[in-house]
Write a protein that binds this ligand. Structure first.
Ligand code: NAD
Ligand code: TYD
Length: 342
């Protein structure tokens, strides 16, 4: 099978490409990525000379480039390309509408025109908005996105599902919880806190630190995507999650303990506007219908992730230079000046 992975130079896309090439020796992968600040070909340096892998630099909103890729032959699509950071979506929502909504539309149109066996729309639990202390999101929960990021992902999900009903494009939507692992851009909380701790910088914890996230190791997300790609039913939504909830404060303290760093590095900063209190996914559907389950123990995977950032200092130091510095000052400068110890 020839699989088009969009956004393959990002965190999940690069882990997925490595997973697919390793697990399925008969498959070929084309990676279409425009290389925004979050896209990095270093993430795939170990597969770049694999004859079953090809990189195309291009934008998913560009119909011409997308058509050329499809004309070359594509059996299936996994759409990982997106603008993905909630905090950035508060600064520049238009980029999110363009990539996440218009980009998905361009891919769906190409899939409709050229025909594909499967189109997996990679989505997130954030489309549901915030949960109270009890209960979990099911695949039928109402969509109540809080951030521009989540709203554009919800829009893309609905557009994707409409292509099943209107045009019989075989789309399946996956919604996953918070991922962590190697190659994650250090704007997201786990790699931000690990790399800040490695530099003995403050860890800016939003609000009271009691927000809850449902964490999954990226390779488990990839195994779920792979299974949905092959066996997921068109028109269906599947949750992928490890049912592994942590408050941000518990998680931060755990990271520091594992790294042998003091809790005094934690600073409470002004909260994120619209900050969802809790996410938690009910994952019975994918487990019972497709027989999927996560393989990785959370603590082992977190330790492995910390080791990866320790051993790949060059990777994140390069990533944290340039545009990122400006972003960090904009997002955290004022907040950290007004912060208090946790
Ligand atoms: P990421 O920000 O690390 O990577 C996104 C990639 O998309 C980058 O390589 C970037 O260059 C590329 N890209 C952005 N705009 C593009 C465009 N217009 N054309 C082509 N390529 C473009 O993101 P990620 O964390 O790997 O997330 C991948 C997908 O998984 C996203 O759809 C995201 O919503 C979803 N998701 C992420 C998480 C998470 O915890 N990271 C959880 C659930 C779902
Ligand atoms: P993040 O990694 O941005 O993922 P998401 O917003 O998609 O869940 O944030 C995870 C949690 O960590 C979220 O509750 C916000 C919080 N957070 C902080 O407390 N400080 C930070 O600097 C960041 C980036 C996030």
């Amino acid at each position: 099978m020839k699989i088009l992975v969009t956004g393959g130079a990002g965190f999940i896309g690069s882990n997925l490409i490595r997973y697919l090439l390793g697990k399925h020796p008969e498959d070929r992968v084309v990676n279409l990525d425009v290389l925004t600040y979050a896209g990095n070909l270093e993430n795939l340096s170990d597969v770049e000379s694999n004859p079953r892998y090809r990189f195309v630099r291009g934008d998913i909103t560009d119909e011409k480039t997308v058509s050329e890729v499809f004309r070359d032959g594509v059996d299936a699509v996994v759409n990982c390309a997106a603008a993905t950071h909630v905090d950035r979506s508060l600064f520049e929502p238009r980029v999110f509408v363009r990539t996440n909504v218009e980009g998905t539309l361009v891919l769906l149109e190409a899939a409709r025109r050229w025909g594909v066996r499967k189109f997996v729309q990679v989505s997130t639990d954030e489309v549901y908005g915030s949960l109270a202390a009890e209960g979990k999101f099911t695949e039928d929960s109402p969509l109540r996105p809080s951030s521009p990021y989540a709203a554009t992902k919800a829009a893309a999900d609905l557009l994707a599902l409409s292509y099943v009903r209107s045009f019989s494009v075989p789309v399946t939507v996956t919604r996953c919880g918070n991922n962590f692992g190697p190659y994650q851009f250090p704007e997201k909380v786990i790699p931000l806190f690990i790399t800040n701790a490695l530099e003995d910088r403050w860890l800016p914890l939003y609000g009271d630190g009691a927000n809850v996230r449902d964490w999954i190791y990226v390779e488990d997300h990839c195994s779920g995507l792979d299974l949905v790609l092959r066996e997921g039913r068109p028109g269906e939504v599947y949750h992928i999650g490890a049912e592994n909830e942590w408050t941000n404060r518990e998680l931060t303290e755990l990271i520091l303990r594992e790294m042998g760093k003091p809790a005094s590095l934690i600073r409470l900063v002004e909260d994120r506007p619209g900050h969802d209190r809790r996410y938690a996914l009910d994952t019975r559907k994918i487990r019972s219908e497709l027989g999927w389950q996560p393989r990785h123990d959370f603590l082992d995977a977190l330790r492995r992730t910390i080791r990866w950032y320790r051993e790949n200092r060059g990777w994140w130091e390069r990533v944290k230079r340039g545009e990122y510095r400006e972003y960090y000052e904009r997002a955290y400068g004022e907040r950290l000046r007004g912060s208090v110890p946790a």
